[in-house]
Write a new protein. Sequence first.
Length: 398
Amino acid sequence: MTTEDTTTAPGTNSSGGGTEPAAADSGTEPAMAAYLDQVRREIDDEVRRRRAAGEFPASFERSLDELFARFTPTGASDDRFVEAMQLADRAAYFDIAAPVGSRRTAKGFARWALWQAEAWFMNYVVSQLNHFAAASTRVAHLLDERVDDLERDMALLAPPPVPGTVTATAGPDPAPFLQALQQRMTAPGTPKGRVLHAECGNGSVLDALVGAGIDAYGIDPGSLALDAAARRGLDVRRDDVLGHLTSVRAEALAGVVLSGCVDRMSLAERRRLIDLVEPAVAPGGTVVVLGTAPAHWDAAVGPVVADLAPGRPLHPETWRQLLEAAGLSDIEVVQGPPGGEPWPEPAAGDRALATLIARLEPLLGGPASFAVLATRPAVGGDRRASAGSGRAGERAGS
């Protein structure tokens, strides 16, 4: 029996009677740590001795590494990609030397003779496999470096947290634009079918559309206002606009009204939104964007939120450009009422002051919201070529 077999851990009974209760003093933990260090050193010494004696060939150790990587639970070794790549580097070499055993026996000599007869062929095949494995691991290392660079760049692009202010607004008041929506969606030649409002909020737009005889339904990520719309009997459901439009089949909708989400999406999300809306609307159908004026939004949320928010409202001219680029035509911009505090009423008979206020109010206050209405061209025309044929005029909403 070796000295390793007689080593006894602190707190155990050397006669085999089991583990005794360890003393609850301050010296227990250092003693246990010293004992574990001693066991590790003994194991390392034993491995080095057997490796030097030829008992642990390189192929056997590689097999142990592969088994350890295969059966170790994910995260047990910090789940580090670098360690996985190091294991792949070690396993990428194919050893041509097959274990044949002792040549003094007939069985061992027969194995050695067969290996010698086929060694020239196996060496040719294995050398090519080794070249392929080396090239593959090199590609993996290059991909690892590129992913590291990408992760570092993405971390720099992550927006900072917005301090204590809710930016997920419900969108502008749709009341000034309801008449324009009804006229556009009930005009002669418009397709018949369902109209989607995302995000619908309390369902005021749905009330107006349903009142005009339009089959409308709404989606919203979830709010108390949506519950109120459901209690009124409106067809509403909780859903995300991008996820919902992904499941809508081509040309299944007669129209789409977008509000709320269009003010807080990133530019990439807005482009994705338009790419999903355009094929979902039938030819001749209507696409409406109800947006908040950027100046009004900046004043409402303050400079800190306006600077740090991941998404901010776009100008109506920008929405016109995006819709034209998507191939929509007959684009019309409807400006909402002025925002901010109302101007004081001039004294009766002071026509000069009333005229001055009427001129300054739109310049200093400006509209708080807007609507951009567009139409998907009918089949047979070149939708991309028709871009830019939007209406040149803008009319003010009530």
